[in-house]
Ligand binder design. Structure first.
Ligand code: AMP
Length: 190
């Protein structure tokens, strides 16, 4: 089973992905984590993207697509991926379908975490205390939320059409969200 977890920055996608990974033995593909690793490893790519990421803008589709193809093409992860932070636009959603098809896979479910801007800012500021991410401050959080709002509706419509979309109340507590997600996944697994 391949899952997409979708929602604004700070919605809890990372936290919920880790829960799903443990419970259903999947592998988390967080494009943000992969990109941050390039930066902390000081790779050529990392140097190229660090200012873009720190300012809250998106890196190019091509860069992110190359990173996810490496993951998708790996037999170890086949049909066991949770996509966290990808896709973020309609073109990325279409690209993901094409890449999965190339490796004989598909998306089984898209979980959308619904969270307000107010909660997102609070969570991002709480996370700043723990992780000290360069892009976790109030102004950049607002910019990232606005970026999300610009492109998210088209992505959601795309998945609604293929009947893959399930909306989860991301304002609830972590444990409640865990159990709502489990119920949805268990229904799909049958
Ligand atoms: P995240 O950890 O998902 O909040 O992502 C942090 C940052 O990584 C974003 O603000 C972007 O700069 C970059 N990023 C992550 N995923 C993508 C993506 N799918 N497309 C473009 N940029 C991305």
């Amino acid at each position: 089973m391949n899952i997409v977890i979708f929602g604004p920055p700070g919605a809890g996608k990372g936290t919920q992905s880790k829960f799903i990974v443990n419970k259903y033995k999947l592998h988390q593909l967080s494009t943000g984590d992969l990109l941050r690793k390039e930066i902390s490893d000081n790779t050529e790519l990392g140097l190229k993207i660090s200012s873009i990421m720190n300012s809250g803008d998106l890196v190019s589709d091509e860069i992110v697509s190359n990173l996810i193809e490496k993951f998708i093409s790996n037999e170890v992860f086949k049909n066991k991926i949770i996509f966290d932070g990808y896709p973020r636009s309609l073109s990325q959603a279409q690209n993901l379908d094409e890449l999965l098809k190339k490796y004989n896979q598909k998306i089984d479910i898209v979980l959308k975490l619904s969270v307000s801007l107010k909660s997102v800012i609070k969570r991002i500021l709480d996370r700043k205390e723990l992780e000290n991410r360069a892009d976790d401050n109030k102004d950049i959080a607002i910019k990232r939320f606005k970026n999300y709002e610009k492109s998210s509706q088209m992505v959601l419509d795309y998945y609604k059409k293929s009947n893959l979309l399930r909306v989860v109340n991301g304002e609830a507590g972590i444990v409640e969200i865990n159990s709502e997600i489990s119920e949805i996944i268990d229904t799909i697994k049958g």
